[in-house]
Design a protein around this ligand. Structure first.
Ligand code: SAH
Ligand code: SF4
Ligand code: F3S
Length: 439
């Protein structure tokens, strides 16, 4: 018997790539590939890439360059690029970095076994189709035992929104929702393998509209049905667009105890002028109205967001409007990005504010958000909540996990609580985590 071949997957970008990387590994298991954490042991290295900002995309090339010594030491080592850079750049990747044997986009990785066979035979394989068929129908159904009690489940892919700055509609293609029965089946299989918490994923997850019994189901309906799965204690979903935040989904936050009180709802800017230029199709006020309705449904809802600073045409007054919106929302966390012009997007043709101006704004926004995050954490001190313990903490005898509001919590706890949900009382707020005691 030949020794199993080793696969190393490095993941960049969003949670959907994390999910895809796991599915790629499963797709290649029947071809004899076992996953390794160590690139130097691998026979096949896949970089599952992100194209969202220039820095993320360029990092792929510097990382590829660093694989050169591994290839020199092991001439049979095969190297592949998957994900959104693969989709955006296709064969150009091989032209720029001849080390690469394989290029596969996010919608065709179910074809990896055939592609890898071709590559093992000495060919180069490139596939950036956006096929009619659903890759999920062609991927192995069985999932390996869950390494973590919290799992991702992609329910929707692609985006039809075409924000002026964003590559996702081009790299992931049009919005597609997976059918309800597959998702419920996958969720049950995850729970049977020890998963207690599922985060439903989609680039535009609240736009979910999947075929289900009796017609088309919304995300709210899917969540209500999933909440009935025995052993599934926590449900989350990400990422949502304000315009698809329906009454039914807002009501689910009030009515479904398994739906956790945390929502990532990107707004990008607080200036209506910039929102219009971004093609966001909502205003600052309409976003704030949604936040009010969500908080009416679930008063303790923790909100997070995404912001882009230095978008083309952004003035100091536009940026002040963003700070103002942040002050009104009071975020528990937020991700802030300096605008990056992406090839092929409409905004890339416009002039952006000078780098120094954008960097200075970014720092001011980050300071405000850090202050809000500290306040949100401090408000938890003395309160009781639950934690899903996921791994050992830094100190002996400690476990760490996530609270209902997705805050990192550490507590002295027996190993028997790993993978389980336990009640805690928060005792202290630290830089990026909370300390707690079991109750
Ligand atoms: N589908 C999600 C996430 C898209 S990508 C959504 O619509 O919210 C995640 C975040 O990256 C975006 O919310 C945006 O804040 C940021 N982003 C996208 N394109 C960018 C660009 N060209 N420059 C800087 N940040 C960008
Ligand atoms: Fe990109 Fe906008 Fe679609 Fe989000 S909604 S993925 S930011 S185009
Ligand atoms: Fe990046 Fe593609 Fe996700 S561009 S953010 S990996 S959808």
């Amino acid at each position: 018997m030949t020794a199993p071949k080793k696969l190393h997957v490095k993941t960049y970008g969003c949670q959907m790539n994390v999910y895809d990387s796991e599915r790629m590994a499963e797709a290649l298991a029947p071809s004899g590939y076992e996953v390794t954490d160590r690139p130097e042991d691998a026979d096949l290295i896949l970089l599952n890439t992100c194209h969202i900002r220039e820095k993320a995309a360029e990092k792929v090339y510097s990382d590829l360059g660093r694989l050169r010594p591994l290839r020199d030491a092991k001439p049979d080592l095969k190297i592949g690029v998957a994900g959104c850079v693969a989709q955006a750049e296709g064969a150009e990747i091989v032209a720029r970095q001849p080390l690469v044997d394989l290029v596969v986009g996010p919608q065709t990785y179910h074809r990896l076994p055939d592609m890898v066979r071709a590559v093992e035979g000495g060919s180069t394989a490139i596939d950036t189709d956006m096929p009619e068929e659903d890759k999920f129908d062609h991927l192995p159904k069985l999932r390996t035992p869950a390494a973590r009690p919290s799992a991702f489940l992609t329910v929707q892919e692609g985006c039809d929104k075409f924000c002026a700055f964003c590559v996702v509609p081009y790299t992931r293609g049009a919005e597609v929702s997976r059918p309800v029965d597959r998702l419920l089946g996958e969720a049950r299989a995850l729970v049977a393998r020890g998963v207690r918490e599922i985060t439903l994923l989609g680039q535009n997850v609240n736009g979910y509209h999947g075929e289900g019994p009796g017609g088309v189901w919304s995300l709210g309906r899917l969540i209500r049905e999933m909440a009935g799965i025995d052993g599934l204690d926590r449900i989350r979903f990400t990422t949502s667009h304000p315009n698809d935040m329906t009454d039914d989904l807002i009501a689910a936050h009030a009515e479904v105890p398994e739906l956790m009180p945390y929502l990532h709802l990107p707004v990008q800017s607080g200036s209506d002028r910039i929102l219009k230029a971004m093609n966001r199709k909502h205003t600052a006020e309409s976003y704030l109205a949604i936040v009010d309705r969500l908080r009416a449904a679930r008063p303790d809802l923790a909100l997070s967001g995404d912001f882009i600073v230095g978008f083309p045409g952004e003035t100091e007054a536009d940026f002040e409007a963003t700070l103002d919106l942040v002050r009104r929302v009071r975020y528990a966390a937020a991700y802030t990005f300096r605008y990056s012009a992406r090839p092929g997007t409409p905004a890339a043709e416009k002039d952006a504010p000078e780098q120094a101006v954008a960097v200075e704004r970014l720092h001011r926004l980050q300071a405000l958000i850090a202050q809000q995050q500290a306040e949100a954490q401090a408000a938890m001190v003395g309160r009781e909540t639950t934690v899903l313990f996921e791994k050992a903490g830094r100190e002996p005898g400690q476990l760490v996990g996530k609270s209902e509001h997705l805050m990192a919590v550490h507590a002295d706890a027996p190993d028997a609580l790993l993978g389980r949900i336990a009640g805690v009382r928060i005792t202290e707020s630290k830089a990026n985590s909370l300390a707690a005691v079991l109750v």
